[in-house]
Design a protein around this ligand. Sequence first.
Ligand SMILES: [Zn+2]
Length: 100
Amino acid sequence: MLKREKKLEREIALSRIEKLIEMAEKMKFEDYELSKRCVTIARKIAMKYRVRIPKELRNFCKKCLYPYRHDRMRVRVRKNRVVITCLNCGYVKRVPLKKG
Ligand SMILES: [Zn+2]
């Protein structure tokens, strides 16, 4: 029974995270600070309930938590990877390109 409750709790947490990140995406050009706050809250929820933020929602800097914005990031393709530099804090994220 406890196990089931935990599962439900996580599902609720995940839907809250999705909504928060959706909100952050929507307002990142209007209010960057507020947008970052949404991501911060989403991450806190993720940590509290030990859920992973889905990959497709991780469109923000891991270090400063600002959502990625084309004017606040630099994207370069190097060999087999995409290198994203956050211009807010300088954090460099490397994403391997899929083969084929
Ligand atoms: Zn950053």
